[in-house]
Write a protein that binds this ligand. Structure first.
Ligand SMILES: NC(=O)c1ccc[n+]([C@@H]2O[C@H](COP(=O)([O-])OP(=O)(O)OC[C@H]3O[C@@H](n4cnc5c(N)ncnc54)[C@H](O)[C@@H]3O)[C@@H](O)[C@H]2O)c1
Length: 291
């Protein structure tokens, strides 16, 4: 296993060693944290289809290995716990060892633990903050080091760090402040990293999606949020999961949930656009509108 310092050297040496693929991410090496399932997996599929080599990085090795296999030979799996510094460093080294560098880092791993002020424990608050906020800092710290080494080897190159925020990073979320706070905070990091990393031609942007109702977070029949909200009586008058779903769908003028493909298009825009950084881009079907 390569050390992190060896990875920096190798990334600089192999900066032009990229597969000749076609598509909007042709010849790019992408990392997707939390890529084993949900949004991350769908976006990893879209990146792969657009020509990227994709490292699926996740805590769930079983699902992650299967996800990488499902993509094909330009994909692989690496274990990571984004809240753990050594684990994040090891992910960067594993990616450089496998593919030769890192061009696009998508910090997607995230957890949601709802609860009002009475219910939220300090322990749960720390858990959400560690994964969603500190985890993004650690990923940006070590991914940007690899990208800086690549830029030092060829100063015509541009690289991207993209943070998976949420519409709850743009507007507050009732009884869900641990999550919303971590996503708002992440946008503060995104803006600050963008200022710091622009001289190295590393763009840093956030995507703020609406709810992915078809994904496991919402639709899991036992633990999904639709069932949880029905059982908790969160939607007044709702008698079925369908009632709860309609309540949420009606919040977007474009009357459907967000899909991985919608988010992937925003990421491709960030990568292709060389004249924008530090932005938080909503993908919410019009539920959240910027001034
Ligand atoms: N689902 C939604 O409606 C929605 C809406 C807006 C934003 N988001 C954001 O999208 C991202 C993905 O959400 P999802 O709905 O696909 O979630 P999900 O629970 O379906 O998948 C999350 C993945 O992240 C992995 N993961 C969790 N903690 C990790 C850690 N510490 N290190 C590495 N991997 C870890 C899990 O194993 C899982 O594979 C999150 O950042 C979430 O906040 C989700």
């Amino acid at each position: 296993m390569m050390t992190f310092d060896e990875a920096l050297k190798t990334a600089a040496e192999k900066v032009h060693d990229r597969p000749r693929t076609a598509g909007r991410l042709s010849g790019k090496i992408a990392v997707v944290t939390g890529g084993a399932q949900g949004f991350g997996f769908g976006i990893a599929q879209a990146m792969y289809r657009e020509g990227a080599c994709v490292m699926i990085a996740d805590m769930n090795a079983e699902t992650g290995v299967a996800a990488a296999k499902a993509l094909g030979e330009r994909a692989d799996f690496a274990f990571v716990n984004v809240g753990d510094e050594e684990s994040v460093k090891a992910l960067m080294a594993a990616t450089v060892e496998r593919f030769g560098g890192i061009d696009v880092f998508f910090a997607n791993a995230g957890v949601a633990k709802a609860g009002d002020l009475d219910a939220m424990t300090a322990q749960t608050f720390d858990f959400v903050t560690t994964v969603n906020y500190k985890g993004y800092f650690l990923c940006a710290k070590y991914a940007s080091a690899v990208m800086k080494a690549q830029f030092a080897a060829d100063n015509t190159l541009w690289h991207d760090i993209v943070q998976m925020s949420s519409k709850s990073g743009l507007v507050g979320s009732k009884a869900n402040f641990a999550y919303a706070g971590s996503k708002f905070g992440g946008i503060g990091l995104t803006q600050s990293f963008a200022l710091e990393l622009a001289p190295y031609q590393i763009k840093v942007n956030a995507i703020c999606p609406g709810n992915y109702y078809d994904g496991p977070l919402w639709s899991d029949p036992e633990r999904g949020l639709f069932v949880q909200y029905l059982n908790a009586g969160k939607v007044p008058g709702a008698k079925t999961v369908e009632d709860v779903k309609e309540f949420y769908l009606s919040k977007s003028p474009i009357h459907r949930g967000c899909l991985p493909e919608d988010v992937a298009k925003a990421i491709f825009y960030c990568v292709e656009q060389l004249y924008e950084t530090g932005q938080a881009i909503p993908v919410t079907g019009g539920q959240v509108m910027l001034a």
